[in-house]
Design a protein around this ligand. Sequence first.
Ligand code: IPM
Ligand code: MN
Length: 362
Amino acid sequence: MTETRPTPIVACLAGDGIGPEVMAEAGRVIETVSELFGIRVRQVHLPFGGEAIDRHNDPFPSHVRAAVKASDAVLLGAVGGPRWNASPRRPEQGLLDLRKELDAFANLRPVRHMDIDLMVVRELTGGLYFGAKTLEPDRAMDMCTYDRPQIERVARWAFRLARRRSGRVVSVDKQNVLATSKLWRKVVSELHEAEYPDLELTHELVDSFAMNLATRPGRYDVILTENLFGDILSDLAAAVGGGLGIAPSASLGPEAPGIFEPVHGSAPDIAGQSEANPIAMIMSVAMMFTHGLNRRDIGRAITAAVDSVLADGIATSDQVSGGRVYATWEVGQAVCDALGHSSTAGAEFAEHPFEGRLVTRG
Ligand code: IPM
Ligand code: MN
């Protein structure tokens, strides 16, 4: 199946902290584009993370699992918070189980800000996150494994995206120390030579790469890396590129549904105060239309609306320096208003190269 159904089902997992607030704005953007583009999208809200632990004693209950698997795309807010620190079940485990369940191995984290245009491609279902673990009172272990197919499939994503962008990929590892990184570098190099010799591939060690990314982010384009390095580097990339408040992500597997979520966490310190920046969530909706629902035109329209809102300085406190601070819902409303204006003006939007639905269903 390569077509989504006439009324796609979006599983909305708002989760914890600021999750529900930013999800509300995502919902309004979906309703706005539905009207403007004459489509129907069914939003199904489901408990997830800490909220689901409270209600069902499970961060990813079986009925949610079933609903998610029957959906066309998963929108996720955020999970976790100090409330569950002592809980035997962790909200974050729900997120890891969701990624594994959907085999969402390719995590795309674009960062666009002034002269920075990065795409972090993070391997998402392997490495330290999913290896065997033991925890004893005075000793603990996390196992890190990668095999060739796991590395190849995520590297293909990086190369295919690079082909639509600048043609440059930097692969980040720690091959001077780690066996998994030695394999990573070898497999990425061999794949490059065999299938993508027209593209430029370089390799960097994660420590000096972090420094280079912090000091000269403008020189990079597609960044390919393993799970834990990608977790850390994508926060760093977001920080140098306008902040976590505007950083979206897509996590894609061999088939739909993909998972679309902001890079930021649940920010319990500002939850419930209408302070959270909804842009990362709204841009995740744009990625959902582009990569998950085969509507690149809608993804583009949302991106253009967000760009115009940011350019107008309509922003939450994390983005504002000096000017008026807008509430979460005001920023969401501004995006909806901007959508209304641009869509009636002929719906012509510049194509951005991080787009492209490269995943097919079934
Ligand atoms: C992220 C988050 C998650 C991760 C946590 C919440 C498990 O930090 O999506 O980057 O480490 O992958
Ligand atoms: Mn993270």
